[in-house]
Design a binder for this molecule. Structure first.
Ligand SMILES: Cc1cc2nc3c(=O)[nH]c(=O)nc-3n(C[C@H](O)[C@H](O)[C@H](O)COP(=O)(O)OP(=O)(O)OC[C@H]3O[C@@H](n4cnc5c(N)ncnc54)[C@H](O)[C@@H]3O)c2cc1C
Length: 389
């Protein structure tokens, strides 16, 4: 065992940090940026190869692996957390699902274009009435000739307003028990007749990532767009979450690190009672908790990513990493706001944005309640997800 990054990983880290500091950080301080998706930043990220870490070279990837992916995500999210969503849509849950489960034709048609951001992707699981309870989705896809007719809707879908193509999970056998066996995965494209999109505006945070609804009204999906086998959708989605949670954990670590950076700077600048506020032990306690929690999250994150790089199932490890990183990130954002006092409540300083963005990490890719449940059920031995290695 060793804890050193390889030379390649160090190069990637420097590249991503440099990009974040030069291309992203100067822009996040303006209000304009805070409420707008910036296509050119995401495209530049693609040009730097940031979405290709876990893809082979013949699909335009760098094959550097999940640890490299985690390093890049941390650096980017240290600057702007919204950009984390694009790592799912252009690098993981969308194209990686096609890589792992799709046909050769699907791989050739979509993967390279997604990781190079020639196409914007989606990964559509959640519905207005089913998020955590994914097996209870109600959107149906009924076979008719050579296609499936889809009716229903998807909610909270990242990239929906700007999407070109992506994966959607629907019920192809709505009556089957157990329910999760009736779910299948398909590739959709924005111009399919019967598919409408609607932007969700006024989100609490993550303002640079567009989010929306997908509405299917007798939308026909050709049968060759099926990903994997009929009824295999639940398994495909859960497998995608194992990788997605690594990326979410990395984003949470990046936000937590940003909270540390801002708090340390302010603790050294601001004075009260004739002292720098960093001299007060209660503020030092917060700094210590933030640093210790973030470093622990980072180690768990690298362990989960290491297993993914060895092709070992990492459901428990990625869930633990995501759980701890999300909780640490929210706690660190709260501490940062407290350290900034009244100025923490102002959009003039970045900690207000970090606070709004941090909370998202407790929801996406399995809420903190759901990740707690997965960890506890494995521990109790009632639903094992851990594999021996
Ligand atoms: C900005 C944003 C982007 C998103 N992007 C995507 C996307 O690209 N694709 C996509 O498919 N989804 C996306 N989501 C949706 C997200 O994955 C869901 O919001 C999340 O899974 C929770 O589902 P829900 O909102 O339906 O909450 P619910 O499932 O209704 O949960 C509500 C509350 O009840 C708790 N709860 C539910 N079940 C249990 C249980 N069994 N035990 C204990 N507590 C429970 C939850 O933890 C939560 O606190 C996004 C959400 C947001 C906010």
């Amino acid at each position: 065992m060793d804890f050193f990054l390889t030379e390649e990983q160090k190069i990637v880290q420097r590249l991503a940090r440099d990009f974040a500091e030069k291309e992203i950080m100067p822009k996040v301080s303006t209000d304009d940026h805070a409420h707008r998706f910036q296509n050119e930043i995401v495209k530049k990220m693609a040009d730097h190869g940031f979405f290709g870490s876990v893809f082979p070279e013949h699909y335009g990837g760098s094959n550097l692996g999940h640890i490299a992916h985690a390093i890049i995500v941390e650096e980017i999210c240290r600057a702007e957390s919204s950009l984390r969503h694009f790592f799912n849509m252009q690098a993981l849950t969308c194209p990686l699902t096609i890589l792992n489960w799709g046909t050769d034709q699907q791989k050739k048609k979509y993967i390279k274009k997604l990781i190079q951001c020639e196409l914007f992707g989606v990964n559509a699981m959640t519905e207005p009435n089913a998020g955590s309870d994914f097996a209870s989705i109600q959107t149906t896809a009924i076979k008719d000739g050579n296609s499936f007719v889809v009716n229903g809707s998807k909610m909270w879908i990242s990239n929906a307003p700007i999407m070109d193509a992506g994966v959607v999970y629907v019920k192809t056998d709505p009556k089957i028990i157990p329910k999760h066996r009736g779910i299948s995965c398909f590739i959709i494209e924005k111009d399919m007749p019967g598919l409408k999109r609607k932007e969700i505006k006024n989100k609490l945070g993550h303002h640079c990532a567009p989010t929306g609804e997908l509405i299917f009204e007798d939308c026909r999906i050709p049968e060759q767009n099926l990903v994997g086998e009929l009824g295999q959708g639940f398994k495909i989605a859960m497998n995608a979450l194992d990788f997605g949670r690594i990326s979410v954990a990395a984003g949470a670590v990046g936000v937590a690190q940003a909270c540390i950076d801002e708090s340390i700077r302010y603790c050294n600048e601001r004075e009260a009672f004739g002292k720098r506020i960093g001299e007060f032990q209660m503020n030092q306690q917060k700094i210590a908790d933030m640093i210790a929690g973030t470093e622990a999250s980072r180690v768990l994150l690298y362990k989960a990513a290491f297993l993914a790089d060895q092709n070992i199932r990492n459901t428990l490890e990625s869930t633990i990493a995501k759980h701890i990183a999300a909780e640490t990130c929210v706690k660190s954002a709260r501490f940062a706001v407290e350290i900034f006092g009244g100025y923490g409540y102002s959009e003039e300083y970045p900690v207000a944005r970090l606070y709004r963005d941090a909370i998202m990490y407790q929801t996406g890719e399995g809420s903190s309640n759901i990740t707690s449940m997965i960890i506890a059920l494995d521990g109790l031995g009632w639903k094992k997800v851990k594999v021996e290695y």
